[in-house]
Design a protein around this ligand. Structure first.
Ligand SMILES: Cc1ncc(COP(=O)(O)O)c(C=O)c1O
Length: 345
């Protein structure tokens, strides 16, 4: 049977999709429980949610488009800027390693992906990205911190690329994990009519199951995306959840502190085990373990689910583990150390 979505790893600790391992704010659950019948029976109203989002990100409400997860925002950006104007020889630039929806959206709109390999230790290949820009470039996908490496793109490099891309190409800066480290590009946005910033409530706010993302940009960049986005793309309960999440201002700092400590514990464990890893600005860490399969299977047998990155030629021998609540991280480390002790016995 072919079922949509990602395969379900089964019961256990989900450290494979960069989700919030602490769940969501209790206020979100309360708000969902208090939903009124009309919240369910009528088409959603977006005004309040857009205003609240604009306030939260300190941007003009006209610059905000709520999407069904940032995934939808990525696809709609490609549709609005490449498919709708029917640009035939369009190229997108995708620095590697990359989040799958970038090449998938590129393919969906009939464009060609120009892939740019990373610099040493996954440093961002700024010069190579600049060199890859041509008159055919329609979209440049930049992800900071990068999924899966956790590496940031320095703001001056984002600025250089955005300046270089002014000739008809859109720069999509995907900040899905920026709440866990790094600096947002949002304060720079007023200087760049060709830049879109993508954010999500899935990770830091623990709303992955609700599907709420945001695409932010000046009208020149955002309106083509808005014009192809379906009018009722986010359901009313998800909007209620997002509102409640924004009101709980203590939730994010508390969770981010857990993530920071979890990352440190993962680094220490990887050092003890002699694994190469890359310090991360996000809520996950990529680590090179060598042959991934036996380790992933042994962890899964202990109900710890991690992400295999070894099939991507840019991340050979690597797995990616979510860094969430400290207790969860401790359990994952204990399982990993046990698995490795057995393997070397
Ligand atoms: C880099 C990156 N961008 C965007 C997303 C999409 O997030 P969502 O569609 O849940 O908002 C993810 C989710 O894993 C991601 O890793």
């Amino acid at each position: 049977m072919v079922i949509q979505g990602y395969p379900d790893p089964g019961e256990g600790l989900r450290l494979h999709l960069n989700e919030n391992t602490g769940g969501c704010s209790p206020r979100v659950l309360e708000a969902i429980r208090n939903a009124r019948p009309s919240d369910v029976s009528t088409y959603p109203q977006y005004r309040e949610a857009v205003l609240a989002t604009a306030r939260h990100f300190d941007v003009n409400p006209d610059w905000v488009l709520l999407t069904n997860g940032l995934d939808e925002g990525i696809l709609m950006a490609a549709v609005g800027h490449i498919a709708k104007p029917r640009i035939h020889d369009a190229e997108t630039i995708i620095p590697l390693p990359a989040f799958d929806p970038y090449p998938n959206s590129t393919r969906a709109v009939g464009a060609t992906a120009i892939r740019v390999p990373p610099d040493r230790d996954y440093a961002f290949p700024t010069q190579a990205v600049l060199d890859a820009i041509t008159p055919r470039t329609r979209m440049i996908f930049l992800n900071t911190p990068n999924n899966p490496t956790g590496q940031l793109i320095p703001i001056p490099d984002l600025v250089r690329i955005s300046e270089a891309a002014t000739q008809g190409s859109i720069v999509l800066i995907d900040e899905a994990y920026i709440e866990f480290g790094g600096t947002t590009f949002l304060p720079q946005l007023s200087r760049f009519p060709n830049v879109l910033v993508g954010r999500t409530f899935s990770k830091a706010y623990g709303l992955a199951g609700m599907r709420v993302g945001v695409v932010i940009g000046q009208p020149q960049a955002l309106d083509p995306v808005r014009s192809v986005t379906l009018p009722f793309n986010i359901n009313g309960v998800a909007l209620t959840a997002m509102h409640a999440a924004l009101q709980d201002t203590e939730f994010l700092p508390r969770y981010a502190a857990q993530v920071h400590e979890s990352r440190e514990r993962l680094y220490a464990a990887f050092r003890r085990l002699g694994f190469e890893y890359w310090p991360s600005a996000a809520n996950y860490v990529m680590v090179r373990v060598g042959e991934t399969r036996p380790i992933i299977e042994a962890l899964a047998a202990r109900k710890i689910h991690v992400r295999d990155r070894s099939k991507d030629p840019t991340t050979p021998g690597c797995i990616r583990m979510t860094a969430g609540m400290i207790d969860h991280t401790n359990a994952a480390i204990e399982a990993l150390e046990e698995v490795m002790a057995r393997q070397t016995r």
